[in-house]
Design a protein around this ligand. Structure first.
Ligand SMILES: N[C@@H](CCC(=O)N[C@@H](CS)C(=O)NCC(=O)O)C(=O)O
Length: 323
């Protein structure tokens, strides 16, 4: 675990001293957009038109942020258009690393050893954390984006002309509701589990824990009345929640001390999670080996032995009885 400082890799854990023990996630820095015609998107520069076999996605199968992008690649029929490289589940002294062990692919483009080499290939004096997902332009040999929330928006619409897939997970009429839900879910759930797990004071941990479980209780109620978060139509907001819920009982409950109750103890959230898991194509994006190995095997300060728990034994394929 570490970061780049002016292009040099430093092996360093998150610094929570300045923030009273609280984990603060660094904002993504590389924010260009692929658009249908190559015009500039909401941030960054233009010059990234939607084309087949031009872009490559670097992911970890363990990472909930990268997982969103894999789900959108699948749902939007982009598998033949955008290639993928999968890093090792172990994120140790060199950060995200390439190997070809179980379920990892190596770097298909440059055969790099470490992900930080892609960041410095893009910019030799880069400073910042080296995160997945990373979307790469093979033609210009540079990064398009390292922000998952924006990569899924690109995937949602930019390639429609090439795929003929017009499924829309961010429909105009629901955007206000989706954005508001994303804000609450990001803060208290997606990032909330990390704020609990990476807290280095009791107070910071308890604060994150309370907000996480009060938000899950609100979502539980909402899903008693609505099939999906924004009503009767599945949207981006659901996929963004899904990638945290699917990891909850396997890692966040134990490893991140989010243990007020299991996700499977919530009637509506548990049925909803199974429905999303069973959505065509989605189960194939979930890899519990990478998920458990990464968290329990990479955070030596939280789990020094690196022993990975066997359980829980849950059946995500059981009938969900929703709808
Ligand atoms: N804002 C980014 C966050 C991505 C992120 O933090 N990914 C984690 C993996 S779950 C990572 O690569 N962390 C490495 C680090 O912080 O050094 C996004 O959503 O794309």
């Amino acid at each position: 675990m570490g970061l780049l400082v002016k292009g040099q890799w430093l092996d360093r854990w998150y610094d929570t001293e300045k923030s009273h023990g609280e984990f603060v996630r660094e904002a993504a820095q590389l924010r260009n957009w692929i658009t249908a015609d190559g015009s500039a998107g909401p941030s960054g520069e233009g010059g990234f038109p939607a084309e087949k076999d031009r872009y490559h996605l670097y992911v970890s199968l363990a990472c909930p942020w990268a997982h969103r992008t894999l789900i959108f690649r699948k749902l939007k029929g982009l598998e033949d258009i955008i290639g993928v490289s999968v890093v090792s589940p172990y994120m140790l002294e060199h950060g995200w690393t390439f190997d070809t062990d179980e379920g990892s692919s190596g770097d298909a483009l440059y055969d790099s050893d470490y992900l930080h080499q892609l960041y410095t290939r893009n910019r030799s004096d880069y400073s910042g954390r080296v995160t997945v997902p990373l979307l790469w332009d093979k033609q210009r040999e540079r990064v398009v984006s390292n922000e998952s929330s924006e990569i899924i928006r690109m995937f949602n619409s930019a390639f429609n002309g090439l795929t003929g897939n017009d499924d829309d997970y961010y429909p105009r009429e629901l955007r206000g509701d989706i954005d508001a839900t994303n804000g609450i879910v990001y803060e208290n759930v997606n990032n909330g589990v990390y704020r609990a797990g990476f807290a280095t004071t009791q107070e910071a941990y308890e604060h994150a824990y309370e907000r996480l479980f009060s938000t899950l209780e609100q979502l539980e109620q909402r899903l008693g009345n609505n099939r999906y978060l924004a009503g009767d139509r599945i949207t981006e907001a659901d996929w963004r929640l899904f990638t945290t819920l699917i990891r909850f009982d396997a890692v966040y409950h134990g490893h991140f001390k989010c243990n007020k109750q299991c996700l499977a103890d919530y009637e509506n959230l548990w049925g909803y999670l199974r429905e999303l898991y069973q959505w065509p194509g989605v189960a194939g994006t979930v890899d519990f080996y990478h998920i458990k190995t990464h968290y329990y095997g990479s955070h030596g300060n939280i789990n020094p032995t690196g022993v990975v728990p066997r359980g829980p034994e849950l059946d995500y394929s059981a009938p969900h009885h929703r709808g």
